[in-house]
Every structure is written in structure tokens, then in C-alpha cells.
Design a protein around this ligand. Structure first.
Ligand SMILES: *[C@@H]1O[C@H](CO)[C@@H](O)[C@H](O)[C@H]1NC(C)=O
Ligand SMILES: *[C@@H]1O[C@H](CO)[C@@H](O)[C@H](O)[C@H]1NC(C)=O
Ligand SMILES: *[C@@H]1O[C@H](CO)[C@@H](O)[C@H](O)[C@H]1NC(C)=O
Length: 566
């Protein structure tokens, strides 16, 4: 199955000689190996997975998440057993075949025709966790379980109602009771993070409908007018397809739209330049307008940018996927500038872990650069100011928590596979030991309310992305680098890997010939449209405008603990 490297190289060379394009580069560094003294971490991570999953089986089997403090369960993903389906690809990668066999049996019997909890079903969350988990496991199992494709099709056929009539942009939520979309505003992450999964579903069902729907939404976002070249506003109205507001961020509500531009170019592997060109433009624009260095520590961050054209000096755990994503794209496009900036972003995000008492980073943070420190929130408290003077960022008020998110360790994984620098292994090992020390709950593992407090209170919800993302990226960091190579697989935003063919000659148009974006042709004017629905959801200081769906299901229980109501 695996092509010898020499053959890949010969193919690439042939393409290089016959085309004016830059040949796509390999993503992973050749010849890297995990030193023996680090390899033990792989088993430690597998043990964390098994301890977590055993507790889930004991107290929450068939429900979405384990509640590790009360030994109960949480159903925040429509009660279809999110942990089982989201965990399957990791079980396969870790070789946990007993768990996997039962999980596949369970998954093939889910009734997706109705929600077991509220009738409202998120198109985005259901796509990335359930469709992503089902299809990735189908591929990882050597395509031996077509019942997984049938289940993905069953749920996608319901979700397709989100494109009522002829709209380009799907509504974010569907009522599975009466099959009607909830006609509220959506955002570019919800609408633009469907292509990998829906195109893969088309591939295995032979029905182009799924890919066409997802591409239609993606294409509309990429060609709408935008506040900055390549950087669309977070809000979007599915009724009209038009942008809502003018808020730009690489964080929640926008994040995985950018992520999928380059990943879809790689998965699809055809000549359409739009995806890679738009990604390049987004990165270029971000380097020009959003990239700032902190006055303390010289750390590199991407600011947000508001509808009054102000940089907002905040970032977040969710945004920290950007380093890994820029490494992937920078390698594919052979752009060393992008790779170098990406590694600075990876370092700055890791610094948010290295600087706290637990060695784990906060949900959101703020910083200052020589040209500004506007955060849209209140001025830093004396404690925050003091923290900033030491560390070059400070956790924003109300966002000092960690809820088992992956992004910092995800980017660290890319940095290891791309550079082979052992410092990334040390960082991952340090995270494993922090998790063992500070996240242990009565059963399994739990998020913490304050990353800077070694005796912090915990959250009563073990999200399914703990299994799908955090433990998979950590495990693969310590595994043989040729296992799930970044040159053979592309991860969906929930860390479910999809198989990719060898890279083609180049992605996008040759450098310097990127067509002007529509935003340059038609100046962007923020709408005076009704306030986006999601601005009514909890506005945690420092993470503005994060819609309910994109909090990635901070379960109601957690929000109650931190004093918010969804
Ligand atoms: C790539 O996209 C094109 C156009 O939508 C489609 O015809 C083709 O089948 C896609 N290929 C894959 C591998 O998804
Ligand atoms: C590499 O990326 C940078 C930043 O976007 C850009 O300015 C530069 O033109 C790119 N280089 C090439 C050769 O495309
Ligand atoms: C932000 O800027 C103001 C005014 O220049 C200054 O007083 C304040 O200390 C700065 N805050 C930080 C965190 O640098």
C-alpha cells in the first residue's frame, strides 16, 4: 500500500519538469525517529485512553459523554453515543481492537432518524464528530465495514435539509423532529467545515450530491466580499449567503473554515486553484495585518480584527490550531516564510502552557504589542498585568479554564513531524505528565476551571474530543512517524484522518499570480444587519462572538459551573 519514497520522488520530479508550478513539498521531514527514551510516553497515553474509556463504559455507555465527577453521563450531542463514534479512529490507531469491535457494532445500530435529546441538531458538530468518525474508521479498517458508510449517509441525508431550496449556505441547526432548519444566522466555521467529510461521503456512495452541497457553501464564503483579503467576516446569513458583521478571527466561529481551505485542496487533489489560493491569501493577509509580537517575550500572535477595523489583541486555545495548519500549507506550497511564522505561532501557543502552575494553557488570553493593546474587554487587573510582565500574555477574566481541548498539542504534533526537533517531544511529554497530575477525576479525567491553580475545581464533563483529538495527537507524537504520515492522511477538524493520494504537482496558481479576491474588487461594507443570533450566547471575556455550536459543545453543565446559561 505504501509507495516507496523513491517512486513518489520520481513522480514528483516528472511533474516538476513538465509544469511551471512549484512542486508540492513533502510535509514530514524524512528520516525522523522517536528516541527510545521518549517512546514510553506512547504507552502512557494509551493507558490514559483506556482508563478514560473504561470509566465511560462503566458509567455512561451509549450516552455522549462521561460525567467524571458524578460518575454519570452528559448528552450534549443528541444522545447518539458521541464518545464511541468519536473515539473509534483513535482506537483503531492505538490497536485497541476489542473496544473497536464493540464500537463498530454500536455505531452501525444508531438510529439517526431522531435526536434522543433536544430536537435541534448541529450540522457542523454532527458532521465533524459523527460523519467524520464513521468514514475515517471505515478507511482505517481497510474499508471492511460498509455499514459505517451507510450510517454516515443516513445522518447526512437528514442534515442536507440545511440547504433549503437553493441556498448556498446551510443553516447551522436542523430540527430533526419536524425536519425544518432553524433559520438563524450561522458562521463561516459552521458552514465552511463540511467539505472533507461530505466529499469523502460522495466518494464512497458514488453520489456527488454531498460534495456539491459542501463545496457550494465553501465556494460562497471564499468568493464573498470580505473585510480583509482572504479573511471573511465570522458571521454569515444562510438566507442570503451574505456576510454578517465584520469580525475577523482565527478563533472559534471562523477557525476551521481556514483550516479546510488547504486541507480540502490536498484531499481533493485536483487542479482547482481557488482553495489553495484563498488559503494563501488568508495567510498573507494575516501576516500583514494580524501578526503582532508581544512587548514582553517577543511572542508572535495573530490578533482578531473588529468591524471598526481595529486589531483586538486577544487569542485563544481554539485559535492555536493555526501553527499546525500553517506548517501543513507552508510545506505543501514550499513557502519557508509561512513555515517560519508557523513555528513562531507554535512556540507562542506552547508558552501559554509552559507559563502556568499546571503546565496547561487557558481557554483565552490577551497580550500587548508596541502598536496597541486593545482587547475589547476591561483593562488587565494588577494580577493579570503582573502575569503579563512575566509571560508575555495573560489569561482573560472568566477564560482561565481548560476543557480538554487539543489545538496546542495538535500544532505541537505537526511541528514535531515537520521539523524532527526533539523539543516538541519534550513539550508533549510535559503535557502528559501535567494531565496525569492535574486532570485526574474520581473516575477518568476532567477539565479544570483555572489552569494557574494546582488545586483547581474541575468540570463534570469529559468531552468526546478528549478521545478523538487530544489523546490521538499525543499518541501519534510518540509513535513511529510513518504511522499516519501527514503525507498520506489529512485530519478533519476533529482529528479523524482521511486517506489522501500522493501530492500532485502544485496547489493553487504559481506564486505572484493569485487572482485578486472579490474583496479587492468590491470593497467590503459591514452590514447593519440584525445582530447575529450567536452574540446572545455567552460572551466569555476575551473570546468574543463565539456561537453556541462553536464552543464545541461546552456542555450545559460546564456553563452552569462557570455561571453562564446557554
Ligand atoms: C474533487 O472535486 C471535483 C470537483 O468538485 C470532483 O469532480 C472530484 O471528484 C473531487 N475529487 C475528490 C477525490 O474528492
Ligand atoms: C511565501 O509567503 C509569503 C507570506 O504570505 C509571501 O509574501 C511570499 O510571496 C510567498 N513566497 C512565494 C515564493 O510564494
Ligand atoms: C496598554 O496601553 C496603555 C496605554 O498605552 C497602558 O497604560 C497599559 O499599561 C497597557 N497595558 C498592557 C497590558 O501593556
Amino acid at each position: 500500500m505504501v509507495q516507496p519514497r523513491s517512486l513518489l520522488f520520481t513522480t514528483a520530479l516528472a511533474v516538476a519538469l513538465s509544469s511551471p508550478f512549484v512542486v508540492a513539498g513533502p510535509v514530514q521531514k524524512d528520516g525522523i525517529a522517536v528516541p527510545p527514551n521518549m517512546a514510553g510516553n506512547r504507552d502512557a497515553v494509551k493507558q490514559i485512553f483506556m482508563d478514560s474509556y473504561e470509566a465511560y463504559k462503566q458509567d455512561a455507555w451509549g450516552h455522549d459523554d462521561l460525567a467524571p465527577l458524578s460518575k454519570g453521563f452528559v448528552d450534549s450531542r443528541n444522545g447518539w453515543g458521541a464518545t464511541i463514534v468519536d473515539g473509534m479512529s483513535t482506537m483503531s490507531i492505538m490497536g485497541l481492537d476489542n473496544y473497536l469491535g464493540d464500537a463498530i457494532k454500536f455505531a452501525s445500530q444508531i438510529d439517526f432518524s431522531k435526536s434522543k435529546t433536544s430536537d435541534s441538531v448541529s450540522v457542523f458538530e454532527t458532521t465533524i464528530r459523527y460523519i467524520g468518525g464513521l468514514l475515517s474508521t471505515y478507511e482505517l479498517s481497510g474499508r471492511k465495514h460498509p455499514e459505517l458508510v451507510d450510517k454516515a449517509k443516513e445522518v447526512a441525508d437528514k442534515l442536507a435539509i440545511a440547504w433549503v431550496g437553493d441556498n448556498d449556505i446551510p443553516f447551522g441547526h436542523i430540527n430533526f423532529g419536524n425536519n425544518a432548519p432553524d433559520k438563524q444566522n450561522s458562521n463561516i466555521a459552521e458552514a465552511g467545515t463540511l467539505t472533507l467529510e461530505w466529499a469523502t461521503l460522495s466518494k464512497y456512495t458514488g453520489d456527488d450530491k454531498y460534495r456539491n452541497l459542501a463545496e457550494k457553501a465553501f465556494r460562497r464564503i471564499a468568493t464573498n466580499p470580505s473585510p480583509l483579503p482572504g479573511l471573511p467576516a465570522q458571521g454569515i446569513d444562510p438566507n442570503t449567503g451574505s456576510p454578517v458583521g465584520g469580525y475577523v478571527t482565527w478563533g472559534g466561529g471562523s477557525d476551521s473554515y481556514f483550516e479546510y481551505l488547504i486541507k480540502y485542496a490536498r484531499l481533493n487533489n485536483t487542479g482547482e486553484a481557488l482553495w489553495a489560493d484563498t488559503w494563501k491569501l488568508a495567510v498573507d493577509s494575516s501576516i500583514q495585518t494580524l501578526l503582532k509580537k508581544s512587548t514582553v517575550g517577543d511572542h508572535s500572535y495573530l490578533t482578531d480584527y473588529d468591524s471598526e477595523k481595529r486589531n483586538v489583541y486577544v487569542s485563544s486555545h481554539l485559535a492555536c490550531f493555526h501553527g499546525g495548519n500553517w506548517l501543513l500549507g507552508g510545506q505543501l506550497l514550499r513557502n519557508q516564510t509561512v513555515v517560519d511564522v508557523a513555528l513562531q505561532l507554535v512556540d507562542a501557543c506552547w508558552n501559554t502552557y509552559a507559563s502556568t502552575a499546571t503546565g496547561i494553557g487557558p481557554e483565552a488570553f490577551a497580550f500587548a504589542s508596541v502598536d496597541g493593546n486593545y482587547t475589547a474587554g476591561s483593562a488587565p487587573t494588577p494580577e493579570q498585568q503582573a502575569f503579563y510582565e512575566l509571560h508575555g500574555f495573560y489569561p482573560t477574566t472568566g477564560a482561565e479554564y481548560y476543557i480538554l481541548r487539543p489545538e496546542v498539542l495538535e500544532s505541537n504534533f505537526y511541528a514535531w513531524r515537520v521539523t524532527g526537533d526533539a523539543k516538541y517531544l519534550d513539550r508533549a511529554a510535559s503535557a502528559v505528565s501535567s494531565f496525569q497530575k492535574y486532570l485526574k477525576a474520581p473516575v477518568a479525567y476532567a477539565g479544570i476551571q483555572n489552569v494557574n491553580d494546582v488545586n483547581s475545581g474541575k468540570f463534570n464533563d469529559m468531552e468526546s474530543f478528549w478521545f478523538a483529538e487530544v489523546l490521538k495527537y499525543l499518541y501519534l507524537t510518540f509513535d513511529d512517524p510513518s504511522h499516519i504520515s501527514l503525507d498520506e492522511w489529512v485530519f478533519n477538524t476533529e482529528a479523524h484522518p482521511f486517506q489522501i493520494p500522493p501530492a500532485k504537482g502544485a496547489y493553487g496558481t504559481p506564486s505572484g499570480q493569485t487572482p485578486p479576491s472579490p474583496s479587492q474588487q468590491h470593497p467590503f461594507t459591514p452590514t447593519q444587519a440584525p445582530i447575529p443570533a450567536y452574540s446572545q450566547s455567552p460572551t466569555l471575556p476575551g473570546i468574543l462572538h463565539i456561537p453556541e455550536g462553536i464552543i464545541r459543545s461546552v456542555a450545559t453543565g460546564i456553563l452552569n459551573i462557570i455561571g453562564f446559561q446557554l
